[in-house]
Design a protein around this ligand. Structure first.
Ligand code: NVA
Length: 315
């Protein structure tokens, strides 16, 4: 069975630690792993806007000795001109890995089912697991051990980032608190899954409405846009619903004094986060953006290594 990275809990706790350690060592020595030497091709497809993801995958794939192949999703007409399964079968014959940013998680699952090569989630409506690897790497750099730290996620708890914080945070042994208004809280299934993972790792997952309660004593404060890609028509309602959820200097005064602030970007200053915080001394957002490259190189290398090891051992 080919392994994929479709959602955060596709990596178990020990595997997540292994990938993060690999990312840290690749950051120290960026050209030491040539896991795509050949060059082998990685197909990258973006159905939604992108800056960090496209740039960090292209640069990272090149650093691994590989060839980043852009597939124009609108020309390919995935799921319209040709079924997802047929696209998967074709790309799987050209590329060693497929990276896809799209809407429905179900489409990504279908790609993985038929590709025959590892598929990586570059963001769906449900999850953004590559961002979480970069974020966990960033926290490790600042705080050392991840397990036992408290993370407060403020804002749209029902978006891909909220879900991914629940699952990846639980895998890492974090205490994840999500503060979101009613109607924008994570689906129960993700909270249940996080708690199930927490039984092994010591993690906890809590959902609440009060941002101050979530931020109280937290080591890490996280936010994200209130209007995720694809939700633009709901902008006015969302701006009203989230009006009390801005990460301000005042809100940060409730966190631990050495707390760090994270945002996957793009950021909307004055909405989910104030400029003083985003551009202030506690912000690590540019490290997060850089760490996308190191984390993604690690997951590509890890998945290909896993595939090679499986090929050597008769199943
Ligand atoms: N929740 C955001 C993340 C952007 C990287 C979105 O889906 O637009």
């Amino acid at each position: 069975m080919t392994r994929h990275f479709l959602r955060d809990d596709d990596l178990g706790p020990a595997e997540q630690r292994e990938v993060l350690s690999l990312a840290a060592s690749l950051k120290q020595a960026p050209y030491d792993s040539q896991s795509l030497a050949g060059p082998r091709t990685v197909a990258t497809i973006y159905d939604k806007p992108t800056l960090r993801t496209q740039a960090s995958f292209a640069a990272g794939i090149a650093e691994l000795g590989g060839n980043p192949m852009m597939v124009d999703g609108s020309l390919a007409g995935i799921g319209k001109r040709e079924s997802v399964a047929d696209v998967a079968r074709v790309l799987g014959r050209q590329a060693s890995v497929i990276v896809w940013r799209t809407y429905a998680q179900a489409a990504l699952d279908e790609m993985a089912e038929h590709a025959g090569v590892p598929v990586i989630n570059a963001l769906t409506d449900e999850f953004h697991p590559c961002q979480l690897l970069a974020d966990l790497l960033t926290i490790r750099e600042r705080k050392g051990e991840l397990a036992g730290l408290t993370v407060a996620f403020i804002g749209d708890g029902a978006c891909n980032m909220g879900n991914s914080w629940l699952l990846a945070g639980a895998t890492a042994g974090l205490h994840v608190r999500i503060a979101a208004p009613e109607g924008h809280q994570p689906e129960e299934q993700y909270v249940v899954r996080a708690r199930e993972i927490g039984e092994q790792t010591g993690a906890t997952a809590e959902v609440m409405t009060d941002p101050k309660e979530a931020v109280g004593g937290a080591d890490v404060v996280v936010t994200d846009t209130w209007v995720s890609m694809g939700k633009e028509e709901e902008s006015a309602d969302r701006l009203a619903a989230f009006a009390d959820y801005t990460v301000t200097v005042d809100l940060m005064s409730h966190a631990a004094p050495d707390a760090i602030v994270m945002h996957c970007l793009p950021a909307y200053r004055g909405k989910e986060i104030d400029s003083e915080v985003l551009d202030g001394p506690q912000s690590v957002v540019w490290d997060e953006a850089e760490n996308r490259r190191h984390a993604q190189k690690a997951i590509i290398t890890w998945l290909l290594r896993d595939a090679a090891e499986r090929a050597e051992v008769p199943q």
